[in-house]
Structure formats: C-alpha cells, structure tokens
Design a binder for this molecule. Structure first.
Ligand code: ADP
Ligand code: F6P
Length: 330
C-alpha cells in the first residue's frame, strides 16, 4: 500500500526522530522504519540532526520516502549523533520543548542508550509524547534482551578474534583482545564464548589475574601453544593486563584493542530486523497516545516499559553464559 493511504486514527499528526549518544549499526534501519511507518499512516515525519544538540539548535528537516532510501544496510546514523551537556539542564530541556512546539511536533522517538532515555523522560515530563528505542552496541539497557547494534558488534569482534587466532597460532603467542563495554561485559562474554577465548574478563564478575595465569600455565603444560584473553574495557585496560601477563610468564604477549571499529559496519540481519520492528512499533505507540515508554524485546515479543521504571531497574547479565564459556575453555 502507498504511504499515506492508510489513514489510521492517530493521537499524533507530526512526529520527529533523533539518534543520540554512541552510534550503533542498525540505527539507520530504525530511522527508516519510523519514517516509512509514519508516512504509511499519513503522518508527517521530521528528522532531527545531531541528537539533543540539534534539537536545541533547530536542526530539523522533513523526511520523505526517498530520504531513507538505501540506508537499511549502512552502519552509523544518517541523522548524526552527539552528546549534549546543555540538554542535561532544565533550561536546555525547555529550549528543546519550545523547538518541538515551534515546529508543531507532537511526538518524538529517541534512538539511543540510557543517557538518551533520561533526556526522553525529561521531554515526556514536559508534555512531549516521547518513545525510546534502545540503540547501543553495549547491550547495557534493562528491560530488553537486546539493543540495536549489539549483534553486529559481537560479530565484528568474533571476526577479529578469529583473525587474531590465526596469527596467534602461527607465532604460538598469547593475545589479549580488548573489546568495548564501558560498564557492561556483554560483548566480551558473547564474543568470548563464540570465539573460544581462553579467559574472559568482564566488569560484572570479579576476576583474579592469578587464576588467569594459572589457567594459561596449565594449558601450556598440556601443550597449548597459543591463547586469547578477552577483556571488556570496563574490566581493565588490555595493555596493562597484557603487560602483567608478559611479566608474570616471560612469554611473548601481544595486545589488540578493537576500539571504535566495533561501532561501525553493515548491520546484521538480526539488527536490521530488530530495528525495523522497534521503529515501526514506536510509531504505533505514539499514534495510540503513549508516552515515556521504551521499547524492548523479550524472546520474540516486543514489549513496552515505562522509561522511569526502566531507568530504575538494575540490569543483570546472564552469568550462566559466562560460566559456560569458562567450562568450555578449560
Ligand atoms: P547514551 O544514550 O548512549 O547512554 P549518553 O549517556 O552520552 O549516551 O547520553 C546521550 C545524551 O543524552 C547526552 O549527551 C545528553 O544530551 C542526554 N542526557 C544524558 N543524561 C541526561 C539526563 N540526566 N537528563 C537529560 N538528558 C540527558
Ligand atoms: O557505544 C558505547 C561505547 O562504545 C562504550 O562501550 C564506550 O566506552 C563508549 O561508547 C565510547 O564512546 P566515545 O568514544 O564515542 O565516547
């Protein structure tokens, strides 16, 4: 059916979308879904560039079907992203509300992490209908099994680990690989399990370097000639851990910090699908007049949780996966 032909009753008529905080592969797919689902229902859809900073500055432009053509496969965000200190202040938030009112926008979709959701909540409290979509490679948001971008980042990390293992095997070396995750060990844990890392260090589980060394030595005694230690950045700096292992063992240790390459790249089918579903659902919720909720996924189902409740919820990582990785890498 053509856009605009399905004129469903809607509480909102003109909606906007922005991306905020760290970018994540799949954000473009979510923007595309918001725009096309909105147009399908006859709404006007506006893109806000540079997150909350662009909202305050008035960087708004109307989006049409063609505006989001050829982006579903692209990493990054066509709306750009930013971190904006001013928006953390009541004055900054008031400016944002005024800008939305000046442009007759009655609903906003925010794609970002928990910081961005704090901003979304502030806008809801000021009367703007706002829905949050979790987009961050870290997977560190409560009330959802997955965030957009996590699956792609994990696959990027696994690809890197596989390549590092080739050279580690050839040179019979120990490698420390540092992956992203400022406060969360999800990327390290899943990439470590799927990549067969010998040890995984994450902020959610206490570790003792002596145990890591003990495992390395035992492996060496039974003929293991190379190892990969995966470190989430929130658990410690890879460089330091590599130096400590080299000093304690006298072995040839190399360190690779994967860094921001984990944030880029074409999103996986999983992330594109998740983003498309969440983007479309966010439009449905706005049309129903809902506000101050974040969308999540539990199993196969999309769920909606009050943003305030979500921000209060402590997220728990599934340590059974971490334990399994430890067992399988004996
Ligand atoms: P993420 O959304 O990925 O967690 P940040 O924590 O950097 O990234 O937050 C992104 C932006 O969200 C910030 O630059 C700021 O503009 C806004 N933000 C963060 N915290 C708050 C807050 N407490 N109140 C209002 N806005 C906030
Ligand atoms: O996107 C999340 C994240 O990748 C964290 O894991 C990391 O610490 C942070 O962003 C770094 O982002 P930036 O360099 O943009 O501040």
């Amino acid at each position: 059916m053509e856009a605009g032909r399905n004129l469903t009753p809607s509480v909102v008529k003109r909606i906007a979308v922005l991306t905020s905080g760290g970018d994540a592969p799949g954000m473009n797919a979510a923007i595309r879904a918001v725009v096309r689902k909105g147009l399908y229902h006859g709404l006007d859809v506006v893109g806000i560039k540079h997150g909350y900073a662009g909202l305050i500055r008035g960087e708004l432009e109307t989006l049409d079907l063609g505006s989001v053509a050829d982006i579903i496969q692209r990493g990054g965000t066509m709306l750009f992203t930013a971190r904006c200190l001013e928006f953390k202040t009541p004055e900054g938030q008031d400016k944002g509300v005024q800008m939305l009112k000046d442009h007759n926008i009655d609903g906003l979709i925010v794609i970002g992490g928990d910081g961005s959701f704090q901003g979304a909540r502030a806008l809801s409290a000021r009367g703007i209908k706002t829905i949050g979509i979790p987009g961050t490679i870290d997977n560190d948001i409560p009330c959802t099994d997955y965030t957009i971008g996590f699956d792609t980042a994990v696959n990027t990390a696994i690809d890197a680990i596989d390549k590092i293992r080739d050279t580690a095997t050839s040179h019979e070396r120990t490698y420390v690989v540092e992956v992203m995750g400022r406060d969360a060990g999800d990327i390290a844990m899943i990439a470590g399990l799927a990549g067969g890392a010998e040890s995984i260090l994450i902020p959610e589980a206490q570790f003792d370097l002596n145990q890591v060394l003990e495992k390395l030595r035992k492996g060496a005694q039974r003929g293991k000639r190379h190892s990969i230690i995966l470190v989430a950045e929130g658990a410690g700096r890879g460089m330091k851990i590599g130096e400590d292992i080299a000093q304690a063992t006298g072995w040839d240790v190399r360190v690779t910090v994967l860094g921001h390459l984990q944030r880029g790249g074409s999103p996986t089918a999983f992330d594109r699908t998740l983003a498309s579903r969440m983007g479309a659902h966010a439009v449905d919720l706005l049309m129903q007049g809902q506000t101050s909720v974040m969308i999540g996924v539990r199993g196969k189902d999309l769920i909606a949780t009050d943003i305030f409740e979500a921000l209060q919820t402590k997220r728990a990582i599934d340590l059974s996966i971490y334990d399994l990785a430890g067992i399988l890498s004996i």
